[in-house]
Design a protein around this ligand. Structure first.
Ligand code: ADP
Ligand code: MG
Length: 319
């Protein structure tokens, strides 16, 4: 038994350019993405539509060929050791395509057969129960609702008990109750050791579930850190105030706004806009007897991206 890999998924300067097809120009879907997903984590890959999330996942799943760079799943190169990499990963795809003539039970049995899972090791009933489809085990897939199909796709990704489970925007079209049920189950899998990679364009969903969040935009990784740190960083704003007076130190009354002195006359404050208003700092400056010459503010870089990601209506999530 080989040692368990430190990283369940690892990419190095991974790039993908989809070739032009006559009508459309080539698309650089991934531009040098270097990412490490620790074994056992619940990892969120966040980004707006078209950011490159599905491309990354499809490369990991062996469905799309990379243009350059490297990608490993469970220590196995996705191209040179394709078979082993594929056995280690279960992917719940973004699209709801299911063969309409299979019942859920047949579908899981067929999949298990394809993966070469021996009959006595199959967990068809257990998986169907876990995703709440035991009552529909013999129904035609075409008679299943959108939410049921989504859960069937989760079940299908689990037949070979992969150590890495990837969910590509799994909650589109799933109602709130089922979503909760689905997450409860995914959490349980994670607690039992399965590494989860979830893509979403909902910050709130990633926030609630993931221990680490990476953000991708236009094919580039723009952040990757523990969820708490990222959230703290998002709620941060800087205000630089130039005053008329020469200062030797930050006045005592302004220390609570994390003021720093740059040169003799510039004070730079860092504060969480959700808790402190800029006007409050301005009032404190006046109260300290200083006169303001100039002010400039700067948001955390990611804030705009997150606002655009989480603004209702911008997400195109109601597909
Ligand atoms: P996301 O999943 O984050 O929405 P995708 O990985 O699906 O992003 O897409 C990234 C970019 O690559 C988009 O500009 C998309 O139009 C393009 N793209 C995705 N798949 C293909 C393809 N098969 N052929 C050409 N372009 C593609
Ligand atoms: Mg996608």
């Amino acid at each position: 038994m080989p040692a368990l890999p430190e990283h369940a998924v690892e990419t190095a300067t991974l790039s993908k350019t989809y070739a032009s097809n006559g009508r459309r120009a080539p698309v650089e879907a991934l531009r040098g993405v270097t990412l490490r997903i620790p074994r056992g984590s619940f990892f969120g890959l966040l980004g707006p539509n078209g950011a490159g999330k599905s491309t990354l996942i499809n490369i990991l799943a062996g469905l799309v060929l990379k243009t350059s760079g490297e990608a490993r799943v469970w220590g196995c190169d996705v191209e040179r050791e394709m078979r082993r990499a594929r056995r280690a990963i279960g992917v719940v795809p973004q699209e709801l395509n299911i063969d309409p003539f299979f019942s859920p039970r047949e579908l899981l049995e067929v999949m298990a057969g394809l993966y070469g899972v021996p009959r006595r090791e199959r967990k068809t009933d257990e998986i169907l129960r876990a995703v709440g489809l035991e009552d529909k085990a013999e129904a035609y897939a075409r008679s299943l609702s959108g939410g049921m199909r989504r859960r069937l796709l989760v079940a299908k990704a689990l037949v070979h008990a992969p150590p890495v489970l990837v969910l590509d925007e799994p909650t589109a079209g799933v109602d709130v109750d089922l979503r909760r049920q689905l997450w409860a189950y995914i959490r349980k899998l994670n607690a039992a050791g399965t590494t989860i990679l979830l893509t979403t364009h909902y910050l709130e969903e990633a926030e609630a579930l993931c221990d680490t969040i990476a953000i991708i935009n236009h094919g580039r990784l723009i952040a990757c850190e523990p969820t708490e740190m990222l959230l703290r960083r998002l709620d941060s704003k800087q205000m630089a105030v130039t005053v008329e007076e020469d200062l030797a130190a930050v006045p005592e009354s302004l220390r609570r706004y994390h003021g720093e002195l740059r040169g003799a006359r510039e004070l730079v404050f860092s504060y969480p806009p959700s808790k402190v208003r800029g006007g409050e700092i301005m009032a404190a400056i006046a109260a300290a007897g200083l006169s303001v010459r100039e002010i400039s503010t700067k948001e955390a870089e990611l804030e705009d991206i997150f606002l655009s990601l989480t603004r209702p209506g911008s997400a195109e999530g109601a597909q």
